[in-house]
Design a protein around this ligand. Structure first.
Ligand SMILES: Cc1ncc(COP(=O)(O)O)c(C=O)c1O
Length: 429
């Protein structure tokens, strides 16, 4: 093992073990998942789908892919599964290509309001190539179903997305289904963030209400990076050709050869999801998130917390992310609904409990962590983002320098490292 890369992997392993990983879309996958991911299956080409491949030698690959599909349908109670998407964004793009022609209308939740880029954000090809209509959230940070209905009736989208990346409430899948039926749109649930909670039975499932479901496999589901597209029984009844349309959009529409090592690792992950211990894991994620939210002065119903830092000053997300990083706590800066500062230097942070829960942390640990977070945030009070755009870069450089030398942050980091180091991380000694 002479490659410089292995030294860097050791460095990253140290960071993962001695820090607190609180980005809500991240997790620690199991050693078995990593074994499948790092297996000889990476050597094979298998363009096409099981029993219909372009290359020879796919007898075993077919068995693996069919097994992964069956497990996915079993976990989510769906009719058809496609396990080949390389990740969530290509999966969503494939779904879009299958259902909407360039120039036609789709509808999704706006990115700065908790939606995902691939649901029609202007920066994404889903926003550039299609006529994208975006709904938001109200002052209470909740989706206003009357706004969704009014926009759907006005613009008649062919596809409606329901699914979020920074949202603390339970989505009204039934309400979305009514609206989609009223305007004759396909309804797709993007459950990337909450799929592990759904599989663990601690979050309602959209499957009875929507036509298609997309999930990434690396977030709360705790598998390898990847994604699954699922057709529900309702979707199949509405359009019996949906499985073929979606498969064609994945290959040859968008992708080439599937990553067979990734498919195998998804199957291993889904076997783990079917173990009774996964239900306990999912329950604990939400229990932990609720305690953490409460201690930070807010409330959540899922695995994540979107925290406004307006009480600490103007445009504090970047400063908070950096200060917390200095203290060994990894979160991400995030816009808050109605963002008063800037998309790039936003007013909030997003954090969650899936990864910490995998390490075995519980409610009492969340109380301790919330205490550290609050102490760190006190260190950025007064470091408000300049209102003048041209001053921001220099200001943030100066802030970084100050925070790097901050003695209180260094003390907290010591405590965090001592604490985190006691909890195991799969694959790291
Ligand atoms: C709701 C949602 N959909 C899709 C994606 C895209 O997944 P990936 O990063 O694997 O492309 C994400 C990832 O952040 C997400 O949160």
């Amino acid at each position: 093992m002479s490659s410089r890369v292995f030294k860097l992997i050791s460095e990253e392993a140290h960071r993962q073990k001695y820090g607190l990983e609180m980005i809500p879309s991240e997790n620690y996958t199991s050693e078995d998942v990593m074994k499948a991911m790092g297996s000889i299956l990476t050597n094979k080409y298998s363009e096409g789908f099981p029993k219909a491949r372009y290359y020879g030698g796919n007898q075993v690959i077919d068995k693996i892919e069919i097994y992964a599909q069956d497990l996915a349908n079993k976990v989510f109670g769906t009719a058809h599964a496609i396990v080949q998407p390389y990740s969530g964004s290509p999966a969503n793009f494939a779904i879009t290509l299958a259902l909407v022609k360039p120039g036609e209308t789709l509808m999704g939740q706006a990115l700065p309001m908790g939606g995902h880029l691939t649901h029609g954000a202007p920066a994404s090809y889903t926003g550039k190539l299609f006529n994208s209509v975006q709904y938001g959230v109200g002052k209470d940070w909740k989706i206003d179903m009357e706004e969704v209905r009014a926009l759907a009736k006005k613009h008649k989208p062919k596809l409606i997305w329901v699914g979020t990346t920074a949202y603390m409430f339970i989505l009204d899948y039934k309400g979305f289904a009514k609206i989609a039926e009223e305007v004759g749109a396909y309804l797709v649930a993007d459950i990337a963030h909450v799929s592990g909670l759904i599989a663990g039975g601690v979050h309602p499932s959209p499957v009875p209400y929507v036509d298609i479901v997309m999930t990434t496999t690396h977030k709360t589901l705790r598998g390898p990076r990847g994604a699954i597209i699922l057709v529900t029984k309702k979707g199949l009844k509405k359009d019996p050709e949906l499985p073929q349309k979606l498969e064609k959009a994945v290959f040859p529409g968008l992708q080439g050869g599937p990553h067979d090592h990734q498919t195998a690792a998804i199957a291993v992950c889904l076997e783990e999801v079917l173990e009774p211990s996964f239900k306990k894991y999912a329950e604990q994620i939400v229990k932990n998130a609720k305690v953490l939210a409460n201690k930070l002065g807010t409330k959540t119903y899922t695995h994540l917390i979107l925290l406004s830092l307006e009480d600490y000053g103007f445009g504090m997300g970047y400063q908070a992310q950096y200060a917390l990083e200095e203290a060994g706590i990894t979160i991400n800066k995030n816009t808050i609904p109605g963002e008063p500062a800037s998309a790039f230097y936003p007013s909030g942070i997003r954090l969650g409990t899936p990864a910490l829960t995998t390490r075995g942390m519980r409610e009492k640990d969340m109380i301790k962590i919330a205490g550290w977070i609050k102490r760190v945030l006190e260190e950025i009070r007064g470091l408000d983002l300049p209102k003048e755009q041209e001053k921001r870069k220099d200001f943030l450089k100066e802030v970084k320098g100050k925070l790097r030398k901050n003695k209180n942050l260094k003390l907290i980091r010591k405590d965090v490292e001592k604490f985190a180091g006691k909890f195991p991380v799969p694959g790291i000694d």
